[in-house]
Design a binder for this molecule. Structure first.
Ligand code: CP
Length: 311
């Protein structure tokens, strides 16, 4: 595989399966992979803030013996002088072997990709896509549930702007027997284009509700999300909507004993910290899995995925 990853649908189900298998193998003993990407350079270009995605990409490359360069915000790049994203990527692709890029504008990585001389990975573009979070989420679901099919998945919170929701929904739509439950206020419902072009077009089973309580007992996966303050035009709307859903131990009493609670993080108030010690809480497992699945993706895009014998 020698290509850029802009949208989760850029990966076939078979390619995703291979990536998850490789991530699982790395997790068995990562020291076997510690020199595989020696002399390779990852550039991380973050035009928008990040903790997990940027640092997990960097940790992944360093764990493979490679090197990392880049910038954590656009203010220290020539973007401040008016340089286009395309020229920035063209330039950085002369200095690196692979690029991970986050940008607040939807579609920016796809435009930039055309001038990149090396594989480009979308590390989140506006409210659009976040394919490597999706790989992290799929690895977590597979490890927790032992499958990616026959699941009832509830997405809760900001389904309008949440790119992790849009990406994971697209990816899961390809697995048999997955049902979706969307829990959001009216103002933060899933965009129509995803309902019409994806769910309705594929005749997938889904419903939209307003409260967590009415569906909690049905869910195998509960995917909580933060209300995306940075994508609101109006501060008052954000303040009114931000605490609509708070998962606490009382609400969890309605849930299945083997519910998997996920959140791409960062959280604000959506999950009470009292839930953190519940065995169903998997959001910090997602954080950890993100490093290994990004190691697998880097190896695969650099065609280094068969360098180590699998355990
Ligand atoms: N999940 C995620 O994208 O987190 P960061 O914004 O911290 O990278």
């Amino acid at each position: 595989m020698k290509k850029s990853i802009i949208d989760p649908m850029d990966l076939s189900v078979e390619e995703i399966s291979d990536l998850l298998d490789l991530a699982n193998d790395i997790m068995k003993d990562r020291t076997r992979y510690q020199d595989v990407a020696k002399h390779k350079i990852l550039a991380t270009l973050f035009f928008e803030p990040s903790t997990r995605t940027r640092l997990s990409f960097e940790s992944a490359m360093l764990s493979l013996g490679g090197s990392v360069l880049g910038f954590p915000n656009a203010n220290v790049s020539s973007a401040t002088k008016g340089e286009s994203v395309t020229d920035t990527i063209w330039t950085v692709s002369c200095y690196s072997d692979i690029i991970a890029m986050r940008h607040p504008k939807e579609g920016a990585p796809r435009v930039a990709m055309r001038r990149s001389k090396v594989p480009l990975i979308n590390a989140g573009d506006g409210g659009h896509n976040h394919p490597t979070q999706t790989l992290t989420d799929l690895l977590t679901i597979q490890r927790e549930k032992g499958r990616l099919n026959n699941l009832t998945v509830g997405f809760c919170g900001d389904l309008k702007f949440g790119r992790t929701v849009h990406s994971l929904l697209k990816a899961l739509s390809r697995y048999e027997g997955v049902k979706f439950v969307f829990i959001s206020p009216e103002e933060l419902k899933l965009p129509e284009y995803l309902k019409e072009d994806l769910l309705d077009a594929k005749h997938l089973e889904y419903k939209e509700v307003r409260t967590m309580e009415e569906v909690m007992g049905e869910l195998d996966i509960l995917y909580m999300t933060r209300v995306q303050q940075e994508r609101f035009f109006n501060e008052q709307d954000y303040l009114r909507l931000r605490d609509t859903y708070i998962l606490d131990l009382n609400k969890l009493e309605l849930a299945k004993k083997d519910l998997t609670i996920m959140h791409p993080l960062p959280r604000v108030n959506e999950i009470s910290t009292e839930v953190d010690d519940d065995p169903r809480a998997c959001y910090f497992k997602q954080v950890e899995n993100g490093r290994y699945v990004r190691m697998a993706l880097i190896l695969t895009l650099l065609s280094l995925d068969h360098e180590v014998e699998r355990l």
